[in-house]
Design a protein. Structure first.
Length: 536
């Protein structure tokens, strides 16, 4: 007993210094915080990039304006044209996908075939290592053609293709929706589906009839946010040039169509109809490219209406993938505003995202339509958009407007082009003088604030405010190091410190001070390792 007591008297003093050190160790401020619904209140909880398409994060704009930006057309356009005997009339509808596993750009594109009594198309295949120089690999060894084995169903056309990221069956890795009329008559027009292991050899599913007919491209994709398949297609039957949506859990059973875009007063001045819409997810939001078809006619074109019978691209935007908004010169146009009395001719002209080219001078002066990209194609710090265009109007053979100077030309020269946009560059907030953007109350988790901005010749600084609009010490305007260059990933620093973890997990506002600058997005993120040594 005496020996045991002596051991404890010796052992506990040995533990005491270690325990004291452990108890005195302090975590750096901002690493551990309480967070609950009472603390958050009505503040937005942010994840990922925040764009300025709408007012979701914006509380106030002062002396700055939103600007819709246009992609730049590639100088080597058109990148792909008809140059094979079996390519009869096109190219037409198409899909472009970058396969990160194969490190290869893949294109599925169609050509119309003349079949007595109905219409149908061939589906061809092209690949590219860089997305610019395309080759047409031999798929059919007997003919030496790049023609794919599409589902052997009468009237095959308007396919939209994607590689399914969640499919477990390798034989169904690639999926497609397409239109067809199995008995060759108008009464059986429908939208159907097919599967493929490699994207080259396709098998139809049973039953053939799945979705009511859409006579322009059907665009399906896996919506990771909603965890289901979604397709954007045309309204109907009877087919009308407005945009509808349907969704499915299994790619076989599809919900009834809901119409998401109808013509509004904005479309009246140019008699605009929606030929098709190619959607794509972008972070936690969605965009769509509309082929806006202006004033269909078979009559000669008067000189004061040269926009007649031509298509250009307009932009649409959605935060939930279900309800969509048109994007104009100053960002989204709410549905309620579309019913007001405005100069809608001016609004429509300013809403062009990708314009047709200059008449008789550029290869794409007649019509421009989007190619479907199920996922955005990001190359470096750019977003790449592919499109199909021609140097002739939609009904060029009726309007008396020859597509080419060569009188021997039987039809317009069509091709696939590329246009590029700065990362996040859809809509910028900018000023030539001085102004501010102030956010709504928000909460983020992270330690770094990234800004996509061009402040060459000017400056941009950021101030953090509490919910009562009082500057937060250590993150005031005067303590922020000005941004004065062009980058898609500026890291904001206050007093030389880029770690802003003290701002995380609490309701704050951000106020951006712009001077001769433009900003495209901001993003709270994490760059540092916040590991702490455990207690002994």
């Amino acid at each position: 007993m005496f020996a045991r007591c002596c051991f404890l008297l010796i052992f506990f003093p040995c533990l005491w210094p270690h325990s004291a050190v452990a108890q005195s160790r302090q975590a750096p401020p901002g690493v551990f915080k309480d967070l609950n619904d009472a603390i958050v209140g009505d503040a937005l909880i942010l994840h990922g990039k925040q764009l300025f398409i709408d007012d979701y994060v914006i509380a106030d704009l002062k002396d700055v304006k939103r600007v819709l930006n246009q992609p730049k057309k590639h100088p080597k356009n058109p990148l792909l044209v008809r140059d094979r005997p079996w390519e009869e009339s096109g190219p037409g509808y198409g899909t472009v996908h970058y396969d990160s596993d194969a490190k290869l750009f893949k294109m599925w594109y169609t050509f119309w075939r003349k079949v007595e009594g109905t219409s149908t198309s061939l589906m061809c295949y092209a690949t590219s290592p860089d997305g610019i120089a395309w080759t047409k690999p031999i798929i059919d060894k007997r003919s030496g053609a790049n023609v794919l084995r599409h589902p052997p169903i009468q009237g095959f056309q308007c396919p939209g293709v994607f590689k399914d990221p969640v499919e477990r069956d390798p034989a169904r890795r690639y999926k497609m929706l397409f239109s067809c009329n199995p008995d060759g008559t108008a009464k059986t027009w429908m939208t159907s589906a097919a599967y493929s292991a490699d994207g080259l050899h396709w098998e139809p599913i049973e039953p053939t009839s799945l979705i009511p007919f859409s006579d322009t491209q059907v665009c399906p994709f896996w919506d990771r946010r909603r965890q289901r398949y979604v397709a954007i297609l045309r309204f109907g039957p009877p087919n009308t040039r407005i945009i509808s949506r349907t969704e499915s859990d299994d790619f076989l059973h599809w919900s009834p169509k809901v119409t998401v875009l109808r013509r509004t007063p904005m479309d009246a001045p140019l008699a605009t109809q929606f030929y098709q819409m190619a959607p794509f997810p972008y972070g936690d939001v969605y965009f769509g490219l509309i082929a806006a078809y202006h004033s269909e006619t078979l009559k000669p074109i008067p000189p004061d209406k040269l926009w007649t019978d031509r298509k250009n691209l307009q932009l649409t935007f959605s935060r939930n993938g279900v309800t969509w908004q048109r994007v104009g010169k100053r960002g989204v146009i709410p549905a309620s505003e579309l019913q007001r009395d405005r100069d809608w001719r001016r609004v429509a002209e300013d809403a062009v995202f990708l314009p047709f080219g200059e008449k008789d001078k550029e290869w794409d002066w007649g019509t421009v339509s989007p190619y479907f990209t199920p996922e955005p194609i990001i190359v470096g710090d750019e977003i790449w958009f592919y499109y199909v265009a021609q140097n002739g109007r939609n009904w060029w053979n009726y309007t008396g407007d020859p597509p080419q100077k060569d009188p021997r030309a039987k039809e317009p020269r069509k091709g696939v082009g590329l246009a590029t946009l700065r990362l996040d560059g859809f809509v910028s907030v900018e000023t030539k003088t001085e102004g501010t953007l102030t956010t709504k109350p928000l909460v983020f988790l992270g330690d770094t604030l990234l800004i996509n901005a061009d402040a060459r010749g000017g400056s941009l600084v950021v101030e953090a405010l509490d919910p009562d609009d009082k500057p937060i010490k250590g993150f005031t305007r005067s303590e922020c190091e000005p941004v004065s260059s062009d980058s898609v990933r500026h890291i904001v620093a206050w007093r030389g410190q880029r770690d802003c973890r003290l701002l995380q997990g609490r309701p704050i506002k951000l106020r951006f001070y712009l001077q001769n600058a433009k900003m495209f997005s901001f993003e709270p993120t994490t760059r540092h390792n916040h590991y702490l040594q455990s207690y002994e």
